[in-house]
Design a protein around this ligand. Sequence first.
Ligand SMILES: Cc1cc2nc3c(=O)[nH]c(=O)nc-3n(C[C@H](O)[C@H](O)[C@H](O)COP(=O)(O)OP(=O)(O)OC[C@H]3O[C@@H](n4cnc5c(N)ncnc54)[C@H](O)[C@@H]3O)c2cc1C
Length: 328
Amino acid sequence: MQAFEYANPTTVADAVKALAVQGGSAAALAGGTDLVSLMKDSVETPKRLVNLKSLKELQGISYDAKKGLRIGAMVTLDELLGNSKVKQEYPSVVQAADGVKSPQIRNAGTVGGNLCQRPHCWYYRSGYGLLATQNGKSMVTEGDNRYHAIFGNSGPAYFVNSSSLAPALIALGAKVRIAGPQGNREVALAEFFRTPAKEGEKENVLGPNEIVADILVPPATRVRNATYEVRQREALDWPLAAAAVALEMDGKTVKSARIVLGHVAPVPWVAADAEKLLAGKTVSESLADQVGEAAVKAAKPLSRNGYKVRLARVAVKRAILRAAGMEV
Ligand SMILES: Cc1cc2nc3c(=O)[nH]c(=O)nc-3n(C[C@H](O)[C@H](O)[C@H](O)COP(=O)(O)OP(=O)(O)OC[C@H]3O[C@@H](n4cnc5c(N)ncnc54)[C@H](O)[C@@H]3O)c2cc1C
């Protein structure tokens, strides 16, 4: 591992200052479960690590009936799983966090780190860059793309966003509060992720020296919500496809719906056309099936990942049924 400087600020303002490092890059260190392995493999080589663990402003979960939920970026996945309000009102978030099967990762890994974790594309992790091109050609389209994108993959990016929490939080209408040199700004989580157009661009909108401070989720009292993940194995791995659904209900009728797919595109993928099919209807198995089909209509699988289309379709169907309280 390349040597690095270490800063341990106690205020967000000092953390932002510490991220501004001359002649190199700095990285925010949360639980370190993703960043440290990338540093060990020399995929990430920050000149300075800025520890976020001493920042009290980034801790804690609170709930207000009018404003909703605030999750500090440094809240661990375990703390999220153990919070009674989150369990009661936001089951889709609990189901997504519960999918991270390692107790060690849940104990150390944070919500901010989960949203900002780097893609688990094996070309990127082997040091070929996020876009993995060689001699002007994509290594992904030419090579092994079993776990790559089936949406938003017209190039040059083919990786999938790795965050399991992001689809659930986006479906619930969450925002992130970002702290930076110019103060704080709020961004809808749906707008936080982006697909890089050239090597060197990141997969989110964080500017230089900015960090995620908290996540703000509106109240979900009348919103039935669920996540359904399809995994190769119930072990230390990421889902192959997942769907998060939030149904705003008027009695037994769906007033409006949000459907967000995970692990299928460089960004969490909003299935806007499929959402419309649910509005004004009562959920049934055949409706959920139709919506699942509509959600994957625009999928364009690569040479080796056609199987993910079916998995995504099933994930949408089952997330809808789960949200509606119908066993799957
Ligand atoms: C075996 C294994 C299985 C896993 N399975 C899953 C899974 O199924 N689903 C899933 O979603 N995740 C999964 N993960 C990923 C895990 O959830 C992440 O490693 C963890 O959430 C990252 O959190 P961290 O606090 O350790 O982040 P770190 O490793 O500290 O940071 C990760 C990245 O985010 C940046 N960062 C961290 N916090 C902030 C912040 N507040 N503001 C700005 N940038 C920040 C860092 O600079 C770094 O680039 C798995 C990980 C492992 C090792």
